[in-house]
Design a protein around this ligand. Structure first.
Ligand SMILES: C[S@@+](CC[C@H](N)C(=O)[O-])C[C@H]1O[C@@H](n2cnc3c(N)ncnc32)[C@H](O)[C@@H]1O
Length: 199
């Protein structure tokens, strides 16, 4: 399952466009929800060019950071730009990662591209260690139909479907996450959902 848009425009074009779209604001809001610890190992799924991981590197300097993205051009760029972070090409719905490998898994503005979104939440649960935290930020309109129509027909970026905040919560519950909390970001329709793998 490849995504032509991100193969063509991944890398430097995406890196500068994402700054203009204000994604760094969203990244910082998400990072503020990760408890400060001396050492953490963190996986960012759908990491794009690795920008959020680069913010993590300044916030958690002693941490081990990894990113996975479906787009080879995103990962090629990320590897060159951030050589101290580990990057792999892979699918959020079938992560090339062993069970219980990470303490924190994040996912930023990528979820609306997934054909089997529940599978991606299940995968985040699988690769988290017990006690681990999953933080997902995405565009989650309460009534997605109009935004889905506009995105599918005019942006054509491999968009599949936006998930409402309520449905996102249900997916987290179905995967096994507990203590789920949803946060507004200050940007309309962009929500952060956080859940914990307790057992
Ligand atoms: C809008 S970009 C967001 C990139 C980055 N997370 C950020 O916040 O700037 C969406 C990313 O999701 C990736 N993506 C889409 N479908 C994917 C999948 N099934 N598995 C992993 N990554 C995927 C795309 O290649 C793209 O890099």
């Amino acid at each position: 399952m490849s995504n032509k848009f991100y193969e063509l425009f991944g890398g430097s074009i995406y890196q500068s466009a994402s700054s203009k779209l204000g994604f760094s604001v969203v990244h910082r809001k998400l990072l503020a929800l990760i408890p400060k610890k001396e050492h953490l190992n963190i996986l960012d799924v759908g990491c794009g060019t690795g920008k959020m991981l680069s913010h993590m590197a300044s916030t958690f300097p002693a941490s081990e950071l990894s990113g996975v993205d479906l787009s080879t051009s995103m990962i090629r760029f990320a590897k060159k730009k951030y050589p101290n972070i580990s990057f792999t090409v892979g699918d959020a719905e079938n992560l090339p990662i062993e069970n219980e490998s990470f303490e924190v898994v994040t996912n930023s503005i990528s979820f609306h591209h997934y054909h089997y979104p529940q599978k991606a939440v299940d995968e985040a649960y699988r690769v988290l260690k017990s006690g681990g935290q999953f933080l997902l930020v995405d565009i989650s309109p309460r009534k997605p139909k109009v935004l889905d129509f506009l995105t599918t027909h005019f942006v054509r970026d491999g968009h599949v479907g936006f998930i409402t905040p309520n449905n996102m919560r249900s997916m987290f519950e179905k995967a096994g996450f507990e203590n789920i909390v949803q946060h507004k970001t200050g940007i309309p329709t962009i929500w952060i959902t956080v859940g914990y793998k307790i057992s």
